[in-house]
Design a protein around this ligand. Structure first.
Ligand code: GDP
Ligand code: MG
Length: 313
């Protein structure tokens, strides 16, 4: 009996549904989702263990969700695109995901260039087919157009939201992956530290609650994370870029921050299966998105490297 495994990178423009697909395939909320572009800022690993079925082998699919491919205009944007390129390296397979309600344009050209240059076999996913209703004929011109612009191993219509087509997609992935080892233990579903996931959950609530430029100007840092028998105490800071944004995040009499805090606490409790005491602060750090040092400091992989570096020294 052979075992199939490999790294599969999910690539696409902002808002195509990459993170929704990751969560749907893993069956857990690993990546935060919002209707706002550039919600995902770093690459996120999600592990899917597929049991042996009739006609297909057992497999481990290691998915990598990435920030949306865009032309960066800040240190944060450049860091996000670095994350995309790092995710592409050493991948066995690419999933290029597009929104069927969007006409292909120049940005897709940029994306197709990345796909071609990677030289990695690619499956094209036509996402959000639930929005087409019964009229699946509408997919044909889109399929034609993409087929003319790159070589795809397969083209698969899906809905990441309703999970339509995902069983079929998993079968295709298992078949397309090489025989290989189990890279991660059976019970592991991500490589993200819980502390970082808590920060992301808070950021998700900020994204859902705030409008206009505030979501993009915001980042969240967990300052302390203390587990005791009864309770997990978390203190976190929401950074924004201007006084006006801070005022919005606090809201009248602190109402907005309270709403964000309560919603985030409930989500974190659900993730950890424990009672949480969450304390939130809002601070202004002008131009943080353009500070390479600050942006690098937000990277948990970098933080871990620094920590283990210190320990071993
Ligand atoms: P990402 O930026 O590519 O990671 O996209 P997200 O996963 O954050 O999704 C962006 C928006 O599209 C969110 O509002 C999702 O709920 C929505 N979305 C994602 N997949 C689908 C889908 O299959 N159907 C519909 N109708 N909406 C979707
Ligand atoms: Mg995303």
């Amino acid at each position: 009996m052979s075992f199939h495994s490999g790294f599969v990178c999910i690539l696409g423009r902002p808002n195509a549904g990459k993170s929704t697909l990751l969560n749907a395939l893993v069956g857990e909320r690993l990546a935060i989702i919002s209707p706002k572009p550039q919600t995902t800022r770093n690459r996120i690993l999600g592990i899917v263990n597929v049991p042996k079925r009739k006609g297909s082998e057992a497999a481990q699919i290691v998915l990598i969700d990435t920030p949306g491919v865009h032309k960066p205009d800040s240190s944060l944007g450049r860091k996000m695109m670095m994350e995309v390129r790092e995710a592409l390296e050493g991948c066995d397979l690419l999933l290029m995901i597009v929104d069927v309600k969007q006409r292909p344009d120049r940005e897709d050209g940029f994306l197709l260039d990345m796909v071609r240059k990677s030289g990695t076999p690619t499956i094209l996913l036509l996402n959000k087919v639930d929005l087409l209703g019964q009229d699946k004929q509408k997919l044909l011109p889109l399929i034609d157009e993409f087929q003319q612009r790159a070589q795809f191993r397969e083209i698969v219509p899906i809905s990441a939201r309703t999970k339509d087509g995902l069983d079929h997609l998993v079968e295709i992935l298992v078949r397309a992956l090489p025989t290989g080892p189990r890279y991660f233990p059976d019970d592991q579903i991500t490589d993200q530290p819980t502390r970082f996931m808590a920060a992301e959950i808070i950021r998700e609530q900020v994204l859902l609650a705030a409008r206009e430029e505030v979501p993009h100007a915001t980042t969240v840092v967990v300052e302390s994370f203390e587990e005791s028998e009864k309770l997990i105490r978390i203190a976190a800071t929401i950074y924004c870029e201007r006084g006006g944004q801070k005022a919005i995040l606090l809201g009248k009499g602190g109402q907005m921050l309270k709403k964000i805090g309560t919603a985030a606490r409930l989500q974190i409790e659900k993730m950890l299966g424990a009672k949480v005491f969450l304390e939130l602060f809002v601070k202004v750090k002008a131009g943080w998105r353009d500070s390479r040092e600050f942006v690098e400091g937000l990277d948990w992989r970098r933080q871990l490297e620094d920590l283990t570096g210190k320990v071993s020294r």
